[in-house]
Write a protein that binds this ligand. Structure first.
Ligand code: 5AD
Ligand code: SF4
Length: 482
């Protein structure tokens, strides 16, 4: 276990061990030696800056990367200008994410000209694309390290390699069946944490690049998950977010197969844990058992993120989503019958190839029928290598933009109406941070994920308190602590 390992006692003169995670601790020890030398020369420890550009899974990976960097002797900074080691944890779900990385690399190049010792590393989903790596090798030669989504546990080893070899280190794995446990992590919040329960995705929705960059579905052992959460709780965590691309298919590849609903029951039984969230659910795999577990649970939050993508059965078929508009609506009804105060959020894509005005109106119809608490709306982005990229009838930009604007204004109107439904009631709030805007106020979250601001002291951070919701402001409440 990490806490029991004294990295400074590791003998770095001997050969690195072959087995994991011992091998990585050896390289962390090596990096630490280097960091000590750096400190002697510069009068301060080397600083690292990890920039997370993606989803919650990426954010969790970033916490692991920061954990490794800290164990390797780096201190953290949140500005690239101050950093000796910059790491971008990238996303590639839509093309604009990729463009943003290239833009920021241009900026980093200038910084590196001023500080030639600065090390630049790239990892995450975008690096799993061969064309991206080829472009960086050719046009961004100042990048020092490139690695992917399957080998983030190797960061210390890759840094050591770069220091020894003085040339660009590229290590991308196409696939993996390995899950390396027991490495350090540095949590962003002391009181809540993401917990990976599975990696990868087998669904191959026709627009989506994730199955190509994150690989096939792999579930972690339930014992490891429960043990990790127990440790988190002992360390002050009261809320966990169970993470996976498709949590509803958890357990299928385990030796002793297990369902997500069964896993939730085990997590629920952990003493001291107050709230359980999870993300993301695929509608096609959401079981009656899961609904039953949610209904009977005292800890699972009444919030479900249930990506719709499109309201048109024809488009859903072309997207390979494997449910129809009617099945989605039935599922929503079933969930609401079991958990009446559930908050539903969703993802919607506008402008999928071949989407007609009629198809789009079907999406608007579902939005009006379900009345989501909030919806993330995306313009379809063509991802090379996915089946949808080769489809004819890509929709002209102006048509997509016009539909997108109509959808967004409908979603926002409904969400402002729906989000205020708990006004003038008392609810439990987990206090998360000091209010950004008002001195003497704090900000917290309801179990359905809505934000509440109220008067309070920063000593309340991490606690669950009862708050009267005085007024809804559309997407958040102003309240008073009881
Ligand atoms: N274009 C636009 N949006 C996409 N998403 C995934 N792939 C694409 C794409 N090619 C959206 C989906 C998914 C969310 C994480 O990103 O709505 O649920
Ligand atoms: Fe992409 Fe579909 Fe897998 Fe989600 S379920 S990651 S949208 S392929």
């Amino acid at each position: 276990m990490y806490n029991e390992i004294d990295i400074d006692k590791i003998d770095i003169k001997s050969e690195p061990p072959a087995e994991e995670p011992a091998r990585q601790y050896y390289f962390m020890a090596k990096c630490r030696e280097w960091a000590k030398d750096f400190e002697k020369q510069n009068g301060r420890a080397p600083q690292s800056c990890v920039v997370n550009m993606g989803c919650q899974m990426n954010a969790r990976d970033s916490e692991k990367l920061v954990g490794i960097l800290e164990a390797s002797g780096f201190t953290e900074t949140d500005t690239e200008e101050e950093a000796d080691f910059v790491l971008y944890n990238t996303c590639t779900v839509r093309d604009n994410a990729n463009q943003r990385v290239y833009g920021r690399l241009g900026y980093l190049k200038k910084m590196k000209q001023k500080n030639p010792n600065m090390m630049i590393a790239l990892c995450g989903c975008m690096m799993q694309e061969e064309t991206v790596v080829a472009k960086i090798r050719k046009s961004y030669r100042f990048v020092d390290i490139i690695f992917g989504t399957h080998n983030i546990f190797k960061l210390a080893e890759l840094i050591s390699e770069r220091m020894d070899e003085k040339k660009m280190v590229v290590d991308i794995w196409k696939e993996t069946d390995r899950i390396v446990e027991e490495l350090p992590t540095d949590r962003k919040y002391p009181f809540k944490s993401g917990v990976n329960i599975m990696f990868g995705c087998n669904n191959f929705c026709s627009y989506c690049i994730v199955p190509y960059v994150r690989g096939r579905e792999r579930s972690r052992n339930p014992q490891d998950i429960v043990e990790e959460i127990r440790r988190l709780v002992a360390d002050g965590v009261v809320e966990v977010m169970l993470l996976g691309q498709n949590v509803n298919s958890y357990g299928k590849n385990l030796e002793e197969s297990m369902t997500f609903a069964q896993l939730l029951k085990e997590v629920e039984a952990i003493d001291g844990l107050r709230r359980i969230r999870f993300m993301t659910s695929h509608p096609k795999d959401l079981s009656d058992d899961l609904i039953e577990v949610m209904k009977n649970s005292g800890k699972i939050c009444h919030h479900l993120h249930l990506p719709l993508q499109s309201g048109s059965s024809r488009v859903l078929k072309a997207m390979n989503r494997r449910y129809t508009k009617e099945q989605y609506l039935e599922l929503v009804e079933k969930i609401r019958a079991a958990v009446p105060d559930i908050s539903l959020t969703t993802d919607i894509i506008v402008g999928f190839p071949g989407e007609t005005e009629e198809d789009f109106l079907e999406t608007m119809d579902v939005v009006r029928k379900v009345r989501f608490d909030s919806a993330f709306t995306f313009i379809y982005s063509k991802r090379t290598g996915t089946p949808a990229a080769a489809m004819e009838e890509q929709i002209p930009e102006d048509v997509v933009k016009e539909r997108f604007d109509r959808l967004l204004s409908e979603v926002q109107k409904i969400s402002a109406e729906v989000c205020g439904r708990d006004a003038h009631t008392v609810k439990e709030v987990l206090v998360e941070e000091k209010d950004d805007h008002v001195e003497g106020f704090v900000t917290g979250r309801l179990d359905n994920n809505t934000i509440v601001h109220f008067k309070g002291d920063s000593a309340l951070i991490g606690q669950m308190v009862e708050v009267y919701l005085d007024e809804s402001k559309g997407f958040y409440y102003m309240g008073t602590m009881k």
